[in-house]
Design a protein around this ligand. Structure first.
Ligand SMILES: [Fe+2]
Length: 259
């Protein structure tokens, strides 16, 4: 079974390149996961964006620290089992922290999302939250989206879950790392990267962010608006173990001209 994990889709350029890629290559995949927490101009996801991703063939959308940026997500996460938010939010938070669906090969896959705690908002322990979830699950194939800032915390999550899940995919920092590996059948990457404009401040135009950093003046961030690159990870999974993986950075040929 071949699974595609698409890194954090950022604003319109991220959505456009995701659309182009999936229209070309969707049939190569048996299950598709996408992090969609930055799709609405960098801040959360709307119902319309979610529907677009599902229409493109995405099976599960994951969120993160921007989960609640758009009001309509509160009802969306209650209605659909194809969108999940971090598992380690407080008890009573709307929505699911993991979901189990069937792939196109008829296998059941569970996708879990957890959020890190280093340089991020205080939350319940992501390690014990995932351990508790794994105890209740009977699914063979489990893929974890670990949405976290610190590489050390992500690496330790990879160590913690090695041999117990099919993949631990880091998201959130938006810069793809080249440290993908398979340990005890568990694929790991510190960050799968952002699907969006790479020559930007993690998705936003440089101008406003530069003004804030250099001048300490307030500036409203605007998403970069040039052709995007899809960053992702392809996983070949058998009996719940990853046998092969391929890190992706893809841009449509017609988009590679100078901006
Ligand atoms: Fe994030």
């Amino acid at each position: 079974m071949r699974v595609l994990f698409i890194g954090d889709i950022f604003a319109k350029p991220g959505l456009v390149v995701t659309e182009t890629y999936l229209n070309k290559f969707r049939d190569q995949y048996d299950f598709i996961i996408a992090n969609g927490e930055n799709i609405a101009g960098g801040f959360g996801i709307t119902r319309k964006h979610f529907d677009q991703l599902i229409d493109l063939g995405v099976d599960v959308v994951t969120l993160g620290n921007h989960s609640w940026d758009q009001r309509e997500v509160f009802s969306l996460v209650e209605e659909s089992n194809r969108i999940i938010r971090p598992l380690n939010y407080p008890t009573g938070t709307p929505g699911l922290g993991h979901t189990t669906l069937e792939s196109r090969t008829g296998e059941r896959i569970t996708v879990i999302q957890a959020m890190g705690r280093i340089f991020m908002e205080p939350l319940d322990c992501p390690f014990t939250a995932i351990d508790d979830a794994l105890e209740t699950l009977s699914t063979n194939t489990v893929i974890v989206d670990f949405h976290a800032e610190a590489s050390s915390e992500k690496k330790v999550m990879g160590y913690h879950l090695a041999g117990r899940v099919a993949a631990v995919v880091g998201t959130h920092t938006h810069v793809q790392t080249a440290d993908e590996l398979i340990k005890k059948g568990t694929a790991y990457i510190t960050d799968v990267g952002m699907t969006g404009v790479q020559d930007s401040s993690i998705g936003m135009r440089f101008e406003e962010v530069h003004k804030r950093f250099v001048m300490k003046l307030p500036a409203r961030y605007k998403p970069a608006d040039r052709p995007g690159t899809l960053c992702g990870l392809e996983l070949d999974i058998e009996a719940g173990k990853t046998r092969a993986l391929k890190r992706l950075q893809w841009q449509a040929e017609e988009m590679t001209g100078e901006a």
